[in-house]
Ligand binder design. Structure first.
Ligand code: SF4
Length: 695
C-alpha cells in the first residue's frame, strides 16, 4: 500500500447508503478519506461491510461532486456566490407564493439527510415558507410500511430488531431480496455457521433472487398474489387452531370479521391465485403456526404496490393472530431503504407531525405549539400533498416552484414522461445535492452544492430504530456546504431564523430541540445524548421490541385486524404487451447511481443495465443471450439493453434494475399509486420485448 493511502486517523461513523446502518471507520490522511473498514464493535455489522460500504470513501472527492452554486442565466447554469444563490431562491419562491399562494411551493426531502437536518427542514418549509406541500423521497420506498403499521397498530415504528432474525424459529421474508439490497443482514439469517440456532427461512418472491437461493423454502408466487397467500395462511392457522386466542382476545379487535373474511381463502383458491401448490401453502402455514417465535420481514416487493399499505396490514394480521409480536424472535418487520428513512418518518411534517403526532389531533398540535412558542393555528391540521401529488400538481399548474433536496426524481420517479412535464412546467426549480450534473439538476434553475455523508455531523436511525452517530471525516469540496447551514441561511433571509431556530449554530442545537419535541413520544430521543449514542455504537429508541405489553397506540389500546382483498394489479399483460415487468436493485449500486457511478470498482462490476427473461420466452421470441432488446410499454421504450436468459424469472415475466439513467426503467413504469400511502407501483406493468434493430 502506498504511503499516500495509509490513514493518519480513523473517524468513527455510520454508513450513508442503506438502512441496515452499519458502523464504520473512515481512514483519513491530509483531509482525504483513503479507506473504510467496518467497526468491529458496532452491534449491527460486527465489523463487516458490503461492497458499497467498503468503497464509500471514494464518493467524497469524486469528480461528480457539486462544488459551487449555479444559477441559470440566459439558459446556462452559471457559477454564482452563495449570497446571490440564496437571495435569488428566496426572492423567487416568495414572488411565486405571493402570486399563486403559499402552497404553490412544493418541497421533496430525503432519507439521505441527518435526522437533525430533516427536523430543521420540516420547520423551515411548514413554518417558514408556510406550505404544507412537503414530503420525502421515502414515499417512493417506505410509505406503505408506515401506513400499514398505522392501520394495524395506530402508529408507525418497526416493532422488532435484527437480533430477532437470530432468535426466531422461523423467518419469513416477503418481497425482500436482502442479499442484494441489505447485504449485511444476510448474516442474520445464516443457519450454517457453528453455534447458530437452527431455524427455517422461507422466502416469498416471484424471482429466484440471491436471497431465495439461501432459503429452505422458496415460494415463487405470481406477481402481486402475496395478499392471497397471507390470507390463505391466516385461513389455515384459524382452521387448524394454530392461533393465540388469548392474545387475540386481549389485544386485538375485528377477529370475528377477519376470520369470516379469510374463510374464502381456501388452499385451492389461494393455489389458483398464487401458482403455488395447495400442499406448499398448507405446509407454510403449519411451519409458521408451529413456530414458537416467527419473524416476518419485507421490503419493496410489498411496499412498491398500489396495495402496499394493506399488504403490510395483511402481514401484521398473521403476527397478531399468533401473538408473534412484542417478544424476542417475533415481529412483523419492515426493512427500510435509505440510511435515514426512519429519521424522516419520525421527525415528520410528511404523513405525520414530528414525533409521530397526528395532524388531526388537537392535543398533538397544541403540544407542538407550546414547545415552539407559536400560535397553534400555525400548525397544520391536515397533511399537504404527498410526493406523487406534488408532481401531479406541478403538471396541472398548481405547484409553481419546486425544491428537491438530495434526490434524483428524473431517474427514480415512475412514468418519467410525466415527471419531465412537471419539471419543465414550474417557474423555478431548485436542486440541492452533493452531485452535479444529475439528470434532475440538468433541469434546475438553481443548483445548491451540498455536503454529503463523511462531511457532516448528526445521527441516522436505521431499520431497527437504532440511532447511530454520523461524524465528519473530511471537509466538503470547495463551496459545498452542509444542508443544515443552507437551511439556516434560507431561514435568515425569510426573517424566521431567530423565531424558529433561536441561537442555533450547529446540528447539535437541532438535536437538543428534537429531544424536547420527541420526549415522551414513541420515538423518544430524550433518553440519550449524542455522546451516549457514540459511546454505545448506537442506541435503539423503544428498546429491542415495541408493544411488549400488548398495548398499542390506538384509542382502545388494541391492534386492528383488517380484511384485505387481493385485487389484480392495474396493468395486466395482454396480446400487445405480453410480459409483466418487475424492477429492482443490485448489490453494487445505490438508487440512481449519483454516488456509485462515481466509484470505479462498483461501476466496473456493473456498468450497465440488463433484462432478465426466462428461456421458454426467449425461445419463443428467437432471442439469444446478449442480444440487444427494447422494452416497450404504453408510456415509452427503453432501447438497447442487454438480454440475459435465465430461470431466475418465471415465464411471462421480465426483470430489469432501476439504477441506470441511460436505460431508465421509469420510462416504461406506470404512474399508479397506493391510495393510502401514495407509494408508486414500481413492480408490475405490462411491456413487450423487441429485438433492437442493428444500426
Ligand atoms: Fe452500508 Fe447497507 Fe452495505 Fe451496511 S449493508 S455497508 S449500511 S450499504
Amino acid at each position: 500500500i502506498s504511503k499516500s493511502r495509509v490513514a493518519e486517523k480513523w473517524v468513527k461513523t455510520t454508513c450513508g447508503y442503506c438502512s441496515v446502518g452499519c458502523g464504520m471507520l473512515v481512514g483519513v490522511r491530509e483531509n482525504k478519506a483513503v479507506a473504510v473498514r467496518g467497526n468491529p464493535d458496532h452491534p449491527v455489522n460486527r465489523g463487516k461491510l458490503c461492497p458499497k460500504g467498503l468503497s464509500e470513501h471514494h464518493i467524497l472527492d469524486s469528480p461528480g461532486r457539486a462544488k459551487q452554486p449555479l444559477l441559470r442565466k440566459n439558459g446556462v447554469l452559471t457559477p454564482v456566490s452563495w449570497d446571490e444563490a440564496l437571495d435569488t431562491m428566496v426572492a423567487r419562491f416568495r414572488d411565486i407564493q405571493q402570486r399563486h399562494g403559499n402552497e404553490s411551493l412544493g418541497v421533496v426531502g430525503t432519507g439521505q439527510l441527518l435526522t437533525e437536518e430533516c427536523y430543521t427542514l420540516g420547520k423551515l418549509v411548514q413554518l417558514g415558507f408556510r406550505t404544507r406541500n412537503n414530503d420525502g423521497n421515502t414515499t417512493l420506498c417506505m410509505a406503505s410500511a408506515v401506513s400499514g403499521y398505522k392501520l394495524s397498530f395506530g402508529s408507525d415504528g418497526p416493532p422488532g430488531s435484527y437480533a430477532d432474525m437470530e432468535t426466531a424459529d422461523l423467518i419469513l421474508l416477503i418481497g425482500a431480496n436482502i442479499a442484494d439490497n441489505h447485504p449485511i443482514l444476510c448474516h442474520r439469517v445464516d443457519r450454517t455457521s457453528p453455534g447458530t440456532k437452527p431455524r427455517t427461512l422461507i422466502v416469498v418472491d416471484p424471482r429466484v433472487t440471491k436471497t431465495a437461493m439461501m432459503a429452505d423454502i422458496h415460494l415463487p408466487v405470481k406477481p402481486r398474489s402475496d395478499i392471497a397467500l397471507l390470507n390463505g395462511i391466516a385461513h389455515i392457522l384459524i382452521r387448524e387452531g394454530l392461533i393465540d386466542r388469548d392474545y387475540i382476545a386481549r389485544h386485538t379487535t375485528g377477529f370475528e370479521q377477519f376470520a369470516n373474511f379469510v374463510a374464502a381463502f381456501t388452499p385451492a383458491h389461494v393455489a389458483a391465485i398464487t401458482g403455488l401448490t395447495e400442499e406448499t401453502i398448507i405446509n407454510t402455514a403449519w411451519l409458521y403456526g408451529k413456530a414458537k417465535s416467527a419473524f416476518i420481514g419485507w421490503t419493496m416487493g410489498v411496499n412498491h404496490s398500489t396495495q402496499g399499505a394493506v399488504t403490510v396490514a395483511a402481514i401484521n394480521n398473521l403476527a397478531l393472530i399468533t401473538g408473534n409480536i412484542g417478544r424476542s424472535g417475533a415481529a412483523p418487520f419492515s426493512i427500510t431503504g435509505q440510511c435515514n428513512a426512519m429519521g424522516t418518518r419520525e421527525t415528520g411534517f410528511t404523513s405525520s407531525l414530528p414525533g409521530y403526532r397526528k395532524f388531526d389531533n388537537p392535543q398533538d398540535r397544541e403540544d407542538l405549539a407550546r414547545i415552539w412558542n407559536i400560535p397553534v393555528e400555525r400548525i397544520p391540521s391536515a397533511r399537504g400533498l404527498a410526493y406523487p401529488d406534488i408532481i401531479e400538481a406541478a403538471v396541472q399548474g398548481r405547484i409553481k416552484a419546486l425544491w428537491f433536496v438530495a434526490t434524483n426524481p428524473a431517474v427514480s420517479f415512475p412514468n418519467a414522461k410525466l415527471l419531465d412535464h412537471a419539471l419543465r412546467s414550474v417557474e423555478f426549480l431548485v436542486v440541492q445535492d452533493g452531485f452535479h450534473p444529475t439528470p434532475t439538476s440538468d433541469y434546475a434553475h438553481l443548483v445548491l452544492p451540498a455536503a454529503i455523508w463523511g462531511e457532516k455531523q448528526g445521527t441516522y436511525t436505521n431499520s431497527e430504530r437504532r440511532v447511530s452517530k454520523v461524524n465528519p471525516a473530511v471537509i466538503p469540496p470547495r463551496e459545498a456546504r452542509p444542508d443544515f447551514d443552507i437551511f439556516l441561511d434560507i431561514a435568515q433571509r425569510l426573517g424566521v431564523r431567530n423565531e424558529l431556530y433561536p441561537g442555533w449554530t450547529s446540528t447539535h442545537d437541532a438535536f437538543l430541540e428534537w429531544q424536547r419535541v420527541s420526549a415522551g413520544r414513541m420515538c423518544d430521543y430524550s433518553k440519550f445524548t449524542w455522546q451516549q449514542i457514540e459511546d454505545a455504537n448506537g442506541l435503539q429508541w423503544g428498546g429491542t421490541s415495541l408493544y411488549t405489553d400488548g398495548i398499542f397506540p390506538t384509542e382502545d389500546g388494541r391492534a386492528r385486524l383488517h380484511s384485505v382483498p387481493c385485487d389484480p394489479f392495474t396493468e395486466q399483460p395482454d396480446s400487445n404487451f405480453d410480459f409483466i415487468l418487475n424492477t429492482g436493485r443490485t448489490v453494487e449500486h445505490w438508487h440512481t447511481r449519483t454516488k456509485t457511478a462515481e466509484v470505479g470498482i462498483l461501476n466496473d462490476m456493473v456498468p450497465n443495465a440488463w433484462l432478465e427473461m426466462n428461456p421458454t420466452d426467449a425461445d419463443r421470441l428467437e432471442l439469444k443471450p446478449h442480444d440487444r432488446v427494447t422494452v416497450r410499454s404504453r408510456r415509452g421504450a427503453v432501447a438497447d439493453i442487454e438480454l440475459r436468459i435465465t430461470g431466475i424469472v418465471a415465464p411471462g415475466q421480465v426483470f430489469m434494475p432501476f439504477h441506470f439513467s441511460e436505460t431508465n426503467s421509469n420510462i416504461v413504469t406506470l404512474g399508479a399509486f397506493d391510495p393510502i400511502s401514495r407509494e408508486p407501483n414500481f413492480k408490475q406493468c405490462a411491456v413487450r420485448i423487441e429485438r433492437t434493430p442493428i444500426r
